[in-house]
Design a protein around this ligand. Structure first.
Ligand code: DP6
Length: 341
């Protein structure tokens, strides 16, 4: 990735990075300064749900963070979001030995902050665009470390395409994800049943902190060695029958821990339960589909190509579902020639 320089203008660079959906969840931070998890997590990189980012180095002034919601225009980002971008930028700038100010513009192809890993894709895109701006060629592993420096752990997984594992990591530098299998290995679909696309009220960061107070936190950790082994093997053998039950258990356990944390955190809505019931009904009729849910109310329906239309027809027509996002396994980050600003 290299920065493009317009005549008389300052350098800028753009990149795109994917969101991901976790099969084995990261829930609970062992080291919040270095953003290291209590347990390894495994995800699938998405193809349609992506973030795009342009970063420009300014000659002076205060710097700027802009955001474009789907179907709208670029505008100053919300204060919390802008603050997260500034923090990540300052970590990236000190890594590269450069100084700002910078102007950053980002957009997502999907609802922001509603449990579809928008910070994972957003920060991975910011890190990738930044590397382009400062002309640094990085490997996906290095990009994974740089994306994690944002404080969003799941961003470490968005540095790769396909099926990705983020181990617990020992120290700051070991905290990177690895690719278990490329996107061409197995075509899995993720139909996201959106029941509420407003940003969640409680951040994942708060959830990670509260998780340890749940009486179910430790028991889940004890189940994880077996679950991780099942998921790795299911990916290797392309077996949805093996993968499905484990990812549903993981999603339920994440929310069990959240609901039993002090303070208790409820991400689910009644519509979330309605979609989970529809998934069980579909399975009872012989359709191989399983559900997973991140820190939000929306349900990710995981299935193979042969089942997509049946699942989409059954769940997409539910009155509780405002929109169905059709996604599938996808590639990792890439540079963009077209800039947002
Ligand atoms: C439930 O701290 O990475 O999605 O900063 O909101 O992206 P954001 O969250 P992060 O925690 C992710 C929590 C999770 C599970 C997962 O993706 O592993």
């Amino acid at each position: 990735m290299t920065a493009s320089v317009r005549a008389g203008a300052l350098p800028r660079a753009s990149a795109q990075a994917p969101a991901n959906i976790a099969f084995i969840k990261y829930w609970g931070t062992r080291d919040s300064e270095a953003t290291l998890p209590y347990n390894p997590s495994i995800s699938m990189t998405l193809s349609h749900c992506v973030s795009r980012c342009t970063i420009e180095r300014l000659g002076g002034g205060p710097g700027e963070v802009l955001f474009r919601p789907p179907g709208s225009v670029l505008a100053p980002a919300a204060p919390g979001f802008a603050e997260g971008v500034r923090r990540h930028l300052s970590a990236l700038a000190s890594w590269a030995g450069v100084e700002g100010p910078f102007r950053v513009a980002t957009e997502n192809t999907f609802p922001t902050g509603a449990g579809i890993a928008s910070s994972a894709s957003g920060f991975a895109a910011l890190a990738a665009a930044f590397c382009g701006l400062v002309d640094r060629q990085v490997t996906p592993r290095e990009l994974s470390v740089l994306a994690r420096a944002s404080g969003s752990g799941s961003a470490a997984r968005s540095a790769f395409g396909g099926y990705v594992e983020w181990p617990e990591g020992e120290g700051k530098e070991e905290g990177y994800a690895v690719c278990l299998a490329a996107e061409g290995h197995w075509e899995i679909h993720d139909l996201v049943a959106v029941v509420d696309d407003s940003p969640k009220g409680v951040s994942s960061r708060q959830g990670h902190e509260a998780a340890l107070s749940s009486p179910y936190f430790q028991p889940r950790l004890e189940l994880l060695a077996e679950r991780l082994a099942v998921v790795r093997r299911a990916i290797e053998r392309r077996s949805l029958a093996d993968l499905g039950p484990v990812i549903e258990e993981e999603a339920i356990d994440l929310h069990l821990i959240a609901m039993s944390s002090r303070p208790a955190i409820f991400y689910w809505r009644p519509a979330t339960l309605a979609v989970l019931a529809a998934v069980r009904d579909l399975r009872a009729e012989g359709t191989a589909v399983w559900a997973t849910i991140d820190a939000g109310p929306n349900v990710h329906l995981i299935c193979e190509s042969a089942e997509v239309e049946r699942v989409a027809a059954a769940v997409g027509s539910m009155p509780e579902v405002s929109r169905l996002i059709r996604d599938r396994v996808g590639a990792g980050p890439c540079p963009l020639e077209e800039h947002l600003i």
